[in-house]
Design a protein around this ligand. Structure first.
Ligand code: SF4
Length: 557
């Protein structure tokens, strides 16, 4: 874990004090809402459908038990007793009162957290693989890079007023768990022929109304060149990105309109200038950051507890099958805690649940927790011998749902239940799908299946890269749901293909069921995943199934 130095601590406290004054002036009426808006957005405070919403940064999704307990305290004291973990590895509080927000920010600062740059046209919270530092397939832990980028990008004077928001994601593994190809900049750690670590640099990915897979502009960038190279990309974007139309202002549009070759040449030219001016980060700073992410002291004591629990307890066995991932140390496992109980709100955790997670991290997990972009919580380092005890504790608080990667492990944005921009509901749709397939007892037979739901075209629910994507839209006052198929957010990233006309809410579940039944009927073997089957078969049989069977119900989109 990275710890703040005096500079960080002073900077965050100064921002809280400044914002406290701004809030006071809004409350006494000396600032209008229009005047206050840019000030609150600089501190992660949105005005949603029913209330303010505070978005708190969890850099690269990493936090410790002390921070998780503080989030629980905030949820209880100033909100409605829960927090919402998001696809950008942040946590959102949906019901704070404006007068309390400075106190919340002070409470966050007490545990080295803040809400700076979680909104606005700046470089947002840098995200990373949620298994970083623990994954067996990792080339290198990406978090020291993410932390360097956090320090570089926070309050960077040149990049505070970009044409639009800017998102950077990084993975240290060839298996991409950070959706790097759907970010403004995606970094994938790679090695060159000499075995040196560096980055593949991908630019111009993004979802939203114009979804695009990013383009590789450098196959290999040496680590020492990272900051001047990113500075060059941002500079090109800041100067050439469109400011005349907010829907065309993201870097993906610039890359698309300019062409990859030309953008690459522009970046390289800016990089040559930057590199001449730019001092590499001091080696002692880099060493300090790397030391902060050194692996914990692993305890390799073996025991039979794990194997015995698997043999004796089918519930534990199915939990291990879905929720435990191979760790770089064979004596350990990575435990994914699902925040998707059947019928629950994806990504929500109560204050009590947060405290249990903090206790488990402290007791069994080297005091580390992660937030995944799939809205679950990870205990990255748990000794296998302790996993049965962790599972037993999770069961007591409703956190032992064994569904990671299955059809009920749905990403859903807040949609019409909270979001001021929503055109349809997302959360109830996710709840209905999970409940329906739970009743059919088909979940394990279906196997790996990613359903992702957004309540509007902004695509916070990543529906474009869902195996089954669902986009809720308003059609003449009626909620209408478009389906996309074949999306993929991993290293083989693909934008899903729209099936055709959308469905009314009541017709959506039968349509999803028809897609799933078609897959189960047509797959070669039980091991052929939905995505593989879709890639082999194409969209036709799935379209036939949903439009022939439900033709009368499908509405023109
Ligand atoms: S996708 Fe739309 S409805 Fe959902 S959270 Fe984003 S802006 Fe709101």
């Amino acid at each position: 874990m990275y710890a703040y130095d005096d500079f960080d601590a002073d900077f965050v406290r100064a921002r809280v004090a400044e914002f406290r004054e701004q809030v006071n002036r809004r409350i006494d009426g000396s600032l209008t809402e229009d005047e206050f808006k840019p000030l609150r957005l600089k501190n992660g405070l949105y005005l949603q459908l029913h209330a303010y919403m505070l978005r708190v940064a969890i850099p690269y999704g990493t936090l410790d038990s002390r921070q998780m307990r503080q989030l629980a305290m905030i949820a209880e004291r100033w909100d409605k007793g829960y927090g919402h973990f998001t696809t950008r590895q942040n946590v959102q509080f949906n019901w704070p009162k404006l007068k309390d927000v400075p106190d919340i920010l002070d409470a966050l600062a007490d545990v080295e957290m803040h809400a700076i740059q979680t909104s606005g046209n700046c470089i947002r919270n840098v995200t990373a693989d949620h298994f970083a530092g623990a994954a067996a397939d990792e080339i290198e832990d990406p978090r020291p890079t993410a932390e360097l980028l956090r320090q570089w990008s926070t309050d960077h004077p040149e990049f505070q007023y970009l044409p639009r928001k800017f998102k950077i994601a990084i993975t240290g593994s060839p298996n991409d768990r950070a959706v790097t190809k759907a970010h403004d900049i995606g970094l994938r750690m790679v090695r060159n022929a000499a075995g040196e670590p560096g980055y593949e640099v991908i630019v111009g990915g993004g979802l939203g109304r114009t979804p695009m897979i990013g383009k590789t502009v450098r196959d290999f960038l040496p680590k020492a060149d990272l900051l001047p190279y990113l500075e060059a990309i941002l500079r090109v974007y800041n100067l050439a990105g469109r400011r005349d139309n907010k829907y065309k202002a993201r870097i993906k549009i610039l890359v698309h309109e300019t062409g990859t070759e030309e953008i690459r040449a522009m970046i390289e030219e800016a990089f040559a200038e930057q590199k001449a001016l730019f001092q590499a980060p001091p080696t002692d700073l880099v060493a300090r950051i790397e030391a902060a992410f050194a692996p914990p002291e692993f305890d390799n004591t073996q025991s039979l507890a794990f194997d015995r629990a698997q043999a004796d307890d089918p519930v534990f066995r199915s939990f291990v099958e879905t929720n435990v991932t191979e760790h770089r140390n064979p004596a350990y496992g990575i435990v994914s805690v699902s925040l998707k109980p059947v019928g629950g709100t994806p990504g929500d955790a109560t204050a009590d649940q947060m405290r249990v997670l903090a206790d488990l991290a402290e007791r069994y997990g080297h005091d580390e927790l992660r937030v995944s972009h799939e809205q679950n919580i990870i205990l990255p380092h748990v000794r296998k011998a302790d996993i049965p005890a962790v599972h037993a504790e999770l069961k007591k608080v409703g956190l032992a749902t064994a569904n990671i990667g299955l059809i009920s492990d749905i990403i859903a944005c807040p949609g019409m239940d909270y979001c001021a921009l929503a055109t349809a509901r997302s959360i109830p749709i996710a709840q209905e799908i999970a409940t329906h397939f739970d009743a059919l007892k088909l979940e394990r037979d279906i196997g790996p299946m990613k359903i992702k739901i957004s309540g509007c075209i902004n695509a916070c629910g990543h529906h474009h890269v869902g195996h089954i994507g669902i986009l809720g839209l308003d059609k003449a006052g009626v909620e209408n749901y478009q389906i996309t198929l074949g999306g993929d957010g991993t290293e083989s990233a693909t934008i899903g293909e729209r099936t055709g006309p959308g469905f009314a809410a009541e017709d959506l579940i039968p349509a999803i069921e028809a897609i799933v039944e078609t897959y189960l009927d047509l797959r070669h073997t039980a091991d052929e995943t939905f995505l593989d089957a879709y890639r082999r078969l194409g969209a036709r049989p799935f379209k036939d199934a949903i439009y022939h069977e439900h033709r009368d119900n499908a509405r023109a989109a």
